[in-house]
Ligand binder design. Sequence first.
Ligand code: GLA
Length: 379
Amino acid sequence: MVRHEELYGAEPDGLWAAPGRVNLIGEHTDYNDGLVLPLALPHTTRAAVSRRAHRRLRLYSAQMPAAGPVDLDLDALTVGAVTGWAAYPAGVAWALREDGHDLGGLDILFDSDVPVGAGLSSSAALEVVTALALSDLFGLGLAPDALARVAQRAENDFAGVPSGILDQMASACCTAGHVLRLDTRDLGMRQVPFAMAREGLRLLVVDTGVRHAHAEGAYAGRRAECETGAAALGVPALRDVPYEGLDEALTRLPDETLRRRVRHVVTENHRVERVSALLDAGRAREIGPLLTAGHASLRDDFEVSCPELDLVVTTATSAGALGARMTGGGFGGSAIVLVDADATEATGKAVLDAFTGVGHHPPRVFEAIPSSGAQRLPM
Ligand code: GLA
């Protein structure tokens, strides 16, 4: 791989890393002011960064060598001017400048092992590592949640992707050995121990390798439906519909699709509460049925699953997994599977066989080890 010095003619001033994530539960709740429970993956995006006297932002990705360095005028970053992968780090510099921070020229070399297009938040990792590096290098002193906010603005307002705050908060704030219980309304958070090894458990990630074309439009559509549902119920966000009052609330919605969308969000928030209570009580082994119920809700009520994700869930649970669900936005991407440690191989094989049996490309299966959020690395 090319070195920073060869590329830019100077040693980097520092090295930073930010991880991808999976969400244990709490899907399509973040833009409803709801609850989420993500963990950081051991897979990270690293940035070797140097401050330079020029007023340019030079970006290079080791995963896109053919594209060469993207060379941007720091003082002319405007919405819509940068496309492709570079829009995420450029968007972070743009958002920091919009906030009034004075940045200087930068040369950045990125390297990553976060799978791209797999629903594992490679874009959030790219944004968050950039935000942390710039905060450190320019003495901005931004706390992890502030880094996540900057990263989300880069994604929403500069790259034009209408995501919530789940991915960026996970990448910025998770800690090793824990899931992050996050209230997306006020960013209140708590680290919940997820001691899988002690309980003889493993969490597998199955990257289906598929990404359905309508994903982005459908995501925006679900957000709009949730807003319509909240307005019809007279609440600021669906988070404000209490689980105990769900049946009554549903009678006030005229439309069957809207009823199903609302039911997903309200029951999903409740599942997050139940999963985090079980983890607090040291009963991780018992969360499986809640994960699988969450998948059914995303498939039937929220309609964001797809045949490949459903195949992972039905195959894994039939093969004896404790629970399984799609993770992330859906319409492809990855699923997670909770298994007994000694059933890891058999479950992985059952899923691979099922995929090849119906003629799908074999998915990539690996373990999700709850890892650290963004950090500066020793050089
Ligand atoms: C994507 C978005 C997140 C969140 C999830 C669904 O990953 O980026 O903000 O909405 O989908 O839970």
